[in-house]
Design a protein around this ligand. Structure first.
Ligand code: XUL
Length: 522
């Protein structure tokens, strides 16, 4: 029996996926939903409610409380954590946790109190800005200015300065609360924070996730002095080291041994960001396989041999946990927007699929939506609120089926337009994330991209990727062998209808026009 655990600390939930590499099986797959299962933390959607739509912060204690709950629930139901031989994990990207000197002395060493109580006194800032935050436009400009312009920042870090990225968030905190910044001894990403808790002390950041900070020199695979200097005072000493994906960062802390029965000495491997982990979980670590992930945010990504950057500044280059690089484009209004439409129309996901397949047709008879219920990063829209264009009834939200098709068509068309810089026109795309189970949504994506949409057996690709990273770290198994067992495509691909190509080219042109008209985006 060779079991490894992949944890996935995502925006709205924490999941655990245990794989058995001898048997090629998933033996545990369970989650804790923050809103439903831990309501006392008042983060029903994964973040603390505020009046400012640009500010999105969460409570880091929520994430560790979820870890306690998940491990306890599984144990109570009979799962034996002592069978686990290695642990890794996936974190929502860009979010940052601010810790004081006490954290560096070690955490999760005692079994006497729940994790949240042990970590509370280690926080130098009670909240963690997450990837949905877009309140740092001023800091983005300041950092780019100090570093010699966004072309330089992009050349070094793989992305221009981006509101949700960690560097601009750190700068904002250092300006707004210099006292608390001075009391901060360590700044972690969500991924490296959770790895630190598991390992009982400071864990390194992996290159996959480190590349989403506007602080790392992609070529050197280490922090960039000019970017650190442009961001905040004495930043280097506040950051952990950067390591290659899959590096062991410690052994499981005594708390997990005595509280949940993990075996002492169980290795903890560096966690990565959810998108780099999904690249692994989708078996897509070699260039040539594009992936679409339809989750809270929608993302489009693929492995790259050499970094190639987006001339429009929306795309990013991150590290590939299996070596090399990956491209990534993130659309904030993924499930967030789909669910806002469901709420407005009273449809459920099955109803949305029927609306698309049975009640409407490609192009939606001219009805079009700009689906920016939340502020958006791709394209940059800092004004929250969807806009509808078409028939009078559609614009008044009185056409539920057309609204359902409109949100999905807008998402697919926007993704197509904004991924063209990568240069390849994939004929097959692997899809993951909750919404990838929906036939209606996949129909639209297949027709807009003119590509077959292929699903894999495991739907939590980030958790699977983390479990595979732990397995690879533990056994040194070849990626191809692990992918053959866990990331093989399933039958039942959704084939594109070539007859819709012209309709969607026309829709793409109209979509671009509306972006220009409404937000001045050209
Ligand atoms: C990627 C991004 C999102 C988060 C979601 O750049 O911001 O996909 O990682 O968890």
């Amino acid at each position: 029996m060779a079991r490894t655990l992949g944890l996935d600390s995502s925006t709205q939930s924490l999941s655990a996926l245990v794989i058995d590499t001898d048997r090629g099986e998933v033996v545990l797959d369970r989650s804790v939903q923050y809103g439903k299962d831990l309501p006392d933390y008042t983060c029903p959607n994964g973040f603390l409610e505020t009046d400012d739509p640009l500010v999105r912060q969460s409570d880091p204690l929520l994430w560790v409380a979820a870890l306690d709950k998940l491990l306890a629930d599984a144990r109570q139901e009979g799962f034996d954590w002592s069978t686990i031989e290695g642990v890794s994990g996936s974190g929502q990207q860009h979010g940052s946790v601010y810790l004081n000197e006490q954290f560096l002395q070690g955490v999760a060493q005692s079994a006497d109190a729940p994790l949240a109580d042990q970590i509370r006194s280690c926080l130098s800032r009670p909240v963690a800005p997450i990837w949905m935050d877009s309140s740092t436009t001023a800091e983005c400009k300041e950092i780019a200015g100090a570093a010699g312009g966004n072309e330089t920042v992009t050349r070094i870090s793989g992305s221009r300065t981006i509101e949700r990225f960690t560097g601009p968030q750190i700068r904002k905190f250092s300006k707004e609360d210099p006292g608390a910044y001075a009391a901060t001894a360590r700044i972690h990403l969500v991924s490296s924070f959770m790895a630190s808790v598991l390992a009982g002390g400071d864990a390194a950041i992996d290159r996959g996730d480190g590349a989403g900070m506007n602080l790392m020199d992609l070529g050197a695979g280490d922090w960039s002095e000019p970017l650190l200097a442009a961001t905040a005072p004495d930043l280097r000493k506040r950051l952990p080291p950067v390591v290659a994906g899959g590096t062991q960062v410690g052994e499981i802390a005594p708390y997990f041994v005595s509280t949940y029965g993990f075996r002492a000495g169980t290795p903890v491997y560096a966690w990565s960001g959810d998108n780099p982990c999904s690249l692994v979980g989708m078996g897509a670590t070699q260039p040539g396989t594009a992936v679409i992930s339809l989750g809270t945010s929608d993302t489009f990504f693929g492995a790259m041999q050499e970094p190639c950057t987006d001339p429009n500044g929306y795309g990013h280059v991150f590290g590939n946990p299996a070596g090399g690089f990956m491209s990534l484009i993130c659309f904030t209004n993924g499930s967030l927007a789909r669910e806002a439409v469901l709420e407005k129309t009273g449809l459920d996901y099955d109803g949305l699929a029927r609306a698309i397949v049975e009640a409407t047709r490609a192009g939606n008879d001219g009805n079009l939506m700009l689906p920016y219920f939340e502020t958006e990063t791709t394209p940059l829209v800092l004004e929250a609120g969807a806009k509808l264009f078409g028939s009078e009834a559609f614009e008044a939200w009185k056409e539920p089926a057309a609204a359902a098709r409109a949100v999905v068509e807008a998402q697919a068309v926007s993704m197509k337009i904004h991924s063209e810089w990568i240069g390849e026109r994939p004929t097959t795309i692997r899809v993951t994330g909750g919404a990838s189970q929906n036939e209606g949504i996949l129909r639209v994506f297949a027709d807009v991209f003119g590509a077959r949409m292929v699903r894999l057996r495991v739907s939590n690709s980030a958790g699977l990727g983390a479990a595979l990273m732990a397995a690879q770290g533990r056994t040194g198994a070849a990626w191809a062998e692990l992918f053959g067992a866990f990331a093989a495509p399933m039958p039942g691909a959704v084939e594109p209808d070539a007859g819709q190509a012209a309709t969607y080219e026309d829709l793409a042109a109209r979509f671009r026009d509306k972006l220009k008209e409404c937000y001045g985006i050209g």
